[in-house]
Each structure stands twice: as C-alpha cells, then as structure tokens.
Design a protein around this ligand. Structure first.
Ligand SMILES: [Zn+2]
Length: 368
C-alpha cells in the first residue's frame, strides 16, 4: 500500500516554498543541453551529455559539468534565456513561489564573446517571462568563481554594480572551496556591501573546516551561509549562529556526503540531521536539481525520510526560508502570515483525507 507516501508527496508538493540555493547551470534539462550543444556545434558528445545525468551511488560532483557548459556548450544569450525560463517553469508545479538563483559570470565571460549586461539581461528576461507564464518570481545572485583570482572576483562585483538591476539582489560564491578559503575574497565582499548588495557564500562544503563558516560571517559579513555543515564541529560557533539566527541553506542531495558516508553512517551522522536539532536555522534546497536528479518536492521529502524531521520542522523550514530571503519586509510579513495559514490548512486537509481513506495508521504517517 503506497498511499501514505503518495499522500505525503502530494502534501509536500503543495506546501508553499522558496528556493534560496540553486545554480542556474545546475537546472538545465538533458534535452535542453543536448539541443543547445547541437545548435552551437559544441565538441561535447551526446554520450558525454547523457553521462552528466547519471548519478552513481558515489557521485563525483557536478563542477566539471559546469566547466563544460561554460567552456564548450553555452554560447549565445538565447541559451541563457532558455535555461532561466525553463527553471521557472520547472519549479511552479512544486509550489515554489519565489527563488533566488546563483549564476557565475566569470567563466562564461572568459570563454565567450558575450558581455555581462547581455548575459544578465537574457537571464532576467527568462525569469520575467516565466513569472508571466507560471506565476513564479525569480531573482538573480551573481556568484564569485572562487577558483578564479581575487581580482577577478572584484571585477565580477564591479560588473554587478555598474549594471545594477533591482532583480539582482546580492552576490554569492561557489565552485571548489578546497584551498580557496573565504578570506581571499574580502575585498570583493566589502565592495558589494558598500553598494548595498546582500551576500552569501558556500562554506563548510566538501568537508572544509568550520573556520570557513566563521570567516565568512565575521570577515566577509555575509547575510547567510550555503551548506555550512562543518559549523557543527565547533559547538561555540554553532551556538552563536543559532543566537544570531543565521540561515543555512542546506542540500539533502549534496554529493560530498553521498561519497563519504556509508548508508548506515548517513542515517546517523549526516550533519543535516543534527543542524536544526542544534538550534540552527536551516532551509532545504535542490542546488543542482537536474544533475542531483531531484525536484523541490523530493528535496523536502528527504528532510523527512533521510533526516527524520516532522511536519512542525517543515513548517519551521518554510518560515526560515522566508526569514532569510532577500525580499522587502512588507512582503516577508505578508508571506509569513499567509503561508503559515496555508501550511496549516493543507496539513489539516491532508490528515482528514487520509483518515477518511485508510484510517489511523496513515494519520500517523502524515504526522511524520
Ligand atoms: Zn551550491
């Protein structure tokens, strides 16, 4: 009898959500990538593209796919328009109503003849048309490529400032954190902050130390942290982040722990299981949904199935997302008010529905 799972999944699909940690290049559908590669006569073979969408038990991560996209596949503004539009289309059925999406300009600017304003404009047009057609709001977070130089990071921030658009709300930083700690990018973050941009960074990913989380907060003065799992290695820092209500955008499908933990360890040791229980504000995200083979509903479901969280936790996560989103205060207050009512109504309706169908055992399942 698979009804409880279906009921839970339907409920999770209908819960109103934000998404705060998703990379534009991590959202490209396989047919879209194949079509763009063929159109641009990319060297990337159809077989290579198929392999990008195979997720093994011990996934190697997705950064090499991003480099292939930047270097050999994406070549025109229409490519960026299409992936931005399709992302908006893809999240609408999961009741994601608002998303803040990362995009690294540096690699594409180096590898193509496209300019920053052309690229930013194409992505924002894709978001705008998706909002019109599907009712989802997407905002852009240009991100520092931390494997490039500190001066290139400053240049990236300057481009954001010179081409300032109300739909470009802050900066992030990603790519490989190993040997690229946050302090290398202090100047770029200071520049962004001086110009009123919000800021976040990937930190404590790939098993990198808790000191990267602390440096990001104290030196880069970020408003939130992406991943941040190793914060748990320092209880004092964990308590401070809890006290300050720092939001951690976590990724249940993150490759690093799939590679390094056995299934038995996963159930007990995975940091996401412990972060909210340690008082941290967390919010689940898909990161690279096309390559993690996950959608927002499945992402939220993993918080239940993999990490043992229940409905009241999911309600907290929903509110955490709104608290940490870079939206104006009036909208935040309104959405917090409306979404909590909606959440409670959906849960009540789901429990009543299950009661009617299958009796008590499924009510317990609904309580998660
Ligand atoms: Zn990420």
């Amino acid at each position: 009898m698979d009804h409880p799972t279906n009921g839970r999944r339907e409920l999770l699909a209908r819960l109103p959500k934000v998404e705060l940690h998703c990379h534009l290049l991590g959202t490209i559908r396989q047919p879209t990538m194949a079509a763009i590669a063929a159109k641009n006569r990319a060297r990337t073979t159809r077989e290579a593209i198929e392999q990008f969408y195979v997720r093994g038990e011990k996934p190697v991560g997705v950064l090499h796919i991003f480099r292939e996209l930047e270097t050999h596949i994406l070549a025109n503004t229409e490519d960026f328009y299409r992936i931005a539009y399709e992302y908006g289309e893809s999240i609408a059925p999961h009741t994601v109503r608002y998303a803040e999406v990362f995009w690294n300009p540096t690699g594409t600017l180096k590898q193509t003849h496209l300019s920053y304003p052309e690229l930013q404009g194409a992505i924002l047009r894709g978001f705008s048309d998706a909002e019109h057609d599907f009712g989802v709001t997407c905002r852009l977070i240009p991100s520092i490529d931390r494997q490039a130089s500190a001066s290139e990071a400053v240049e990236m921030v300057q481009l954001v400032i010179v081409n300032r658009d109300a739909n470009v709300i802050g900066i992030g930083m990603d790519y490989n954190e190993v040997d690229r700690p946050p302090e290398l990018f202090t100047e770029a973050y200071a520049l962004a902050k001086r110009h009123g941009l919000k800021a976040t960074t990937h930190a404590g990913e790939f098993g990198m130390p808790w000191t990267n989380v602390e440096t990001a907060l104290t030196q880069l003065r970020v408003d939130r942290i992406d991943h941040g799992y190793t914060v748990l290695d320092n209880p004092e820092l964990t308590a401070r982040c809890a006290e300050l209500s720092i939001l951690f955008t976590v990724v249940p499908s993150n490759s690093y722990y799939l590679r390094t933990l056995t299934p038995e360890q996963w159930a007990i040791q995975h940091p996401i299981r412990h972060m909210a229980r340690a008082g941290l504000q967390i919010h689940p995200n898909t990161d690279d949904p096309a390559f993690h083979l996950i959608n927002p509903t499945q992402c939220w479901e993993r918080m239940v199935t993999d990490f043992g969280y229940g409905l009241s936790d999911l309600r907290d996560f929903m509110c955490n997302g709104l608290s940490g989103a870079w939206i104006d205060e009036e909208m935040r207050r309104r959405w917090l008010r409306e979404w909590t009512v909606e959440f409670d109504d959906l849960v009540a309706e789901a429990v009543v529905g299950v009661d009617r169908d299958d009796g008590e055992s499924n009510t317990a399942e609904m309580n998660m």
